[in-house]
Design a protein around this ligand. Sequence first.
Ligand SMILES: [Zn+2]
Length: 173
Amino acid sequence: MLVLCAALLAACAGSRPPVPATGPMPLVTFVLDDGNDTDFLLGRRIFAEQGAVACSAVTTDLINTPFHMTPEQIRGLEEAGWEIMSHTVSHPHLPFLSPAELEHELSRSKAVLEGLGVRVTNIVYPFNSNNSEVRSAAARHYRSGRGGGASSTSGTSTALYSRHSPSTMTCPG
Ligand SMILES: [Zn+2]
């Protein structure tokens, strides 16, 4: 993922399209998922070298496990200008959970991250897997949810991006 991001950043820097004189600016958001320690150890530097930041979507059960970020690293990314996003507690296929399980995944992950001292207003759905029930439940906790495109593994309907309320994301959306 980081190699892809570096290549995209280099490509974007090399061939920028003309900026429209009026209307909205075209924007690209980079989201790295799962909370891998490479977000902090490599991604932070790669994006900084391009004058850019990204979003790190953290699965909270993976914090402090091998190859994943520590609380200090997560805070360090936020201090570097990155947005920290929820990526649930245990990275499940959300549409297949009971309402109580769904609520736990959505609310507990936000609470854990906020307990580390970071601001969390948006979520990235694991496996891109979401449906109208998931999006409706997520809207009670988050300003937006991101699915990333068609889900190849869940067979559920998906939404690339669902804005629940006016965005305040560090990463534009
Ligand atoms: Zn993931």
